[in-house]
Unconditional design. Sequence first.
Length: 137
Amino acid sequence: MIDRLFTAIASHTAAAAGRPPAFVIACALILIWILTGPFFDYSDTWQLVINTSTTIITFLMVFVIQNSQNRDAAALQAKLDELIRVSRDARNEFIGIEHLTDAEVEAIRAHLEQDVGQAQPARHARHASVRRLQKRL
């Protein structure tokens, strides 16, 4: 119950925060705060208002953004797992490797690069060709 509620709130908040009107509202609030400076004589309380507001908003948005990213990553991973599952030549043992440690995933990646003939020296050559391609674009 709470999970669905949080997901709904986080999804709507992330969607709203990523739209141009949210940016315009944020800019307007900052402009209002700046313009009220002379009225409040640029007091410590005046500065505390913006500092506290931005800290609270930032703190809460970390959870919203992280939730959105986690959900997107899990959905993408499920889609990739399905592609591996239905592909005749794919190795099904790769399904779920996102649950391994960073070192284990890196070891698998290094092994795959060696399997296709892209060991460490060749990888640098490949990156050099990518850099040349980027310069042309």
